[in-house]
Design a protein around this ligand. Structure first.
Ligand SMILES: C[S@@+](CC[C@H](N)C(=O)[O-])C[C@H]1O[C@@H](n2cnc3c(N)ncnc32)[C@H](O)[C@@H]1O
Length: 200
C-alpha cells in the first residue's frame, strides 16, 4: 500500500499553502488551474465537486456554479472557508459521501500524489458525476527520460520533501478509458498532466 502524506502536514502547511504552491509552480499556479477548469467545460449553474479542494482555489474561480469542496484536512478547509462561499465537506476521497450521478462535473488538482489509491479516487469521481458530466484531473506524474526524471527528482526533493507518490500517466489514462471526449494535455514541460473526459 502506498504511503499517504500525513494529514498533520497540512496543519502546518495550510496557512502558507497558497504562497508555497505559487512558488512550487513557478508562477503557473493560477494559469494551470484555470486551464483545467476551462478544459472541464464547466458552465454557470453547474453543480461541481472540487475534490481535495485544499485552500479552495478552484472553488474560487468557478463563478456562478454551485460548488462543493471536499477535503480530508480540516486545516485546509478552514483556509478555504475564509476565501469563498462554497460549501465544504470533510471527507476521504476514497469513499465520497455523495450520491451517485449527483454532480455536473468533478475536478481535482494536485492531489492524486497524496492519496493511497488514485484509481479508487478517480472511480469515485466518475461515480458521483451524472452521465454526460465531466471529470477533470491535474497532477504531477512520473517521468521517464533522464532529463525529466532529474526535473521530477528536484521537484520531489525540494517541493514535496520526498513525500509524494506520483501517478503513472498510464494509470491516469486507464481511469478515463470508459469516458467519452477524453482530452489529455501536459504542463510545466510535461511534469504535470491534465486529463478530462465525460462519463458515458
Ligand atoms: C497539494 S493539496 C492540493 C489542493 C488544491 N486542489 C490545489 O490545487 O491547490 C492536496 C490536498 O489533498 C488533500 N487530501 C489528501 N488526501 C486526501 C484524501 N484521502 N481525501 C481527500 N482529500 C485529501 C489534502 O488535505 C490537501 O488539501
Amino acid at each position: 500500500m502506498k504511503n499517504t502524506k500525513s494529514h498533520d502536514f497540512f496543519r502546518y502547511l495550510a496557512p502558507i499553502y497558497d504562497t508555497v504552491a505559487r512558488i512550487a509552480s513557478f508562477g503557473r499556479y493560477d494559469s494551470m488551474r484555470r486551464s483545467l477548469v476551462a478544459q472541464a467545460g464547466i458552465t454557470p449553474g453547474d453543480r461541481v465537486l472540487d475534490l481535495a479542494t485544499g485552500t479552495g482555489y478552484l472553488s474560487e474561480i468557478l463563478d456562478g456554479c454551485e460548488i462543493v469542496g471536499a477535503d480530508i484536512s480540516l486545516h485546509m478547509v478552514n483556509q478555504a472557508r475564509k476565501k469563498t462561499e462554497a460549501s465544504f465537506v470533510l471527507s476521504d476521497a476514497h469513499a465520497l459521501p455523495f450520491e451517485s450521478n449527483s454532480f455536473d462535473a468533478a475536478v481535482c488538482s494536485f492531489a492524486m500524489h497524496e492519496v493511497r489509491d488514485p484509481k479508487k479516487v478517480m472511480s469515485e469521481m466518475f461515480r458521483v458525476v451524472k452521465p454526460g458530466g465531466t471529470v477533470a484531473v491535474m497532477d504531477v506524474v512520473l517521468q521517464f527520460t533522464p532529463g525529466k526524471k532529474m526535473l521530477l527528482f528536484a521537484y520531489h526533493l525540494f517541493i514535496e520533501m520526498l513525500t509524494a507518490n506520483y501517478i503513472h500517466p498510464d494509470d491516469l489514462a486507464d481511469a478515463f478509458k470508459h469516458a467519452d471526449n477524453v482530452i489529455s494535455k501536459t504542463n510545466m514541460a510535461g511534469l504535470v498532466a491534465q486529463v478530462s473526459g465525460k462519463k458515458k
